[in-house]
Design a protein around this ligand. Sequence first.
Ligand code: URP
Ligand code: ZN
Ligand code: ZN
Ligand code: ZN
Length: 467
Amino acid sequence: MTAKLIKGGTVVGPTGAVKSDVLIDGETIAAIFAPGKSPHIDDVIDATGKYVIPGAVDAHTHMELPFGGTHASDTFDTGTRAAAIGGTTTIIDFAVQRTGEVVQDGLAAWHGKAEGNCHIDYAFHMILGGVDDESLKAMDQLVASEGISSFKLFMAYPGVFYSDDGQILRAMQKARDNGAMIMMHAENGPAIDVLVKQALERGETDPVHHGLTRPQELEAEATSRAIWLASVAADCPLYIVHLSASKALEQVRNARDLGKNVFAETCPQYLYLTLEDQLGAPGFEGAKWVCSTPLRSKHETHRADLWQGLRTNDLSVVSTDHCPFCFKDQKELGRGDFSRIPNGIGSVEHRMDLLYQGVVDGKLSLSRWVETIATTPARMFGLYPRKGIIAPGSDADIVLYDPAGRTRISVETHHMNMDHSAWEGWEIDGKVDTVLSRGEVIAANGEYTGRAGRGRYLKRGLSDYLI
Ligand code: URP
Ligand code: ZN
Ligand code: ZN
Ligand code: ZN
């Protein structure tokens, strides 16, 4: 047996923090001991003064996504390596069925990009770019045989990924029957397109107009519509992705108060960054922060409301929506026309640190930090208890987090394949110290020792988070 003992740390999980030693046998966790009760093991990792937490699960990434006339700049190799260094040991990426394409062909293409290239374990959701008889049938096959139990639909991006209400209803009915989760990009795309056209006609071309033409009402309206469509589909489970706005959160809260299987995630950018300070940066600089849903105004209550939503579980998950584009040659496609700026921000490396700052600032408890970045995403998407928890039998995906450390984020030091950082110069109280993936130390003391190809595809089950 290749045993390791993580000794002297404080194990943090969704139910609290307890000083314990963690025994690893090969790729899994064998046992948890009270301090002083663990057996003698030669291979000891000293965790004194550290939090010992489950490796984080990022349930929303877009490696190599073809989008906006280009493709996301992180490959599965560069993106999962950066994730690992930041304490994320599982990603769920979005495989894509483009309009007119066979769903299984889109999935095969995604396996082709990921296989042999990932540094950490990975799973897929499926984006349905076209809902018809064929793709509805494919949903059953993906759930039954491919380990894919969640499907993303878009109420935005007409002509690209957009589904109309009838298509959405049909996909929801199918998901209700086969146990899958519908994930929704909830923005009213046709209405946004009108506002975008009018803005461009007025000569409003700077990046800030990306946000101004996507008012929160159009996120709230789409969120509400998705919730009621899910109700009509006999309460199909619904997960709102990248929720950014107070009024949209209100819709989710109302649905949850009615006891519905409606869930939502937010992302670090909506918790910290704003329309004025980042998207509204002078000249074309704001293009770095063009993403959809957009950053919201600092003069409204969005950020405080989102932190509150995380505390009350009206927001259950923090994902990154990692969709990086370089400034040069990619974001610059939209110089002179904000609607052509590729949408997306890259943060896959920084989620654990950015959310830990919320703990330091008194906005989130320690256990809620772990729950929103690891345990709940694993439960929500059928990876639990293999991932997302430190417990006997679970994969030994473990992070030692140093609360006395400090992290400075910069393009000079990050590992994502991006020529800028949305978080340039940010300083965090806390630091990822050691990362284990299935029992193997892949990052320690600032050094990365993992390798491409060691990550495995995870077939997921159904959500165990439903009411
Ligand atoms: O701006 C974003 N969010 N880009 C990625 C695609 C999506 O809608 O999630
Ligand atoms: Zn390319
Ligand atoms: Zn989206
Ligand atoms: Zn996304």
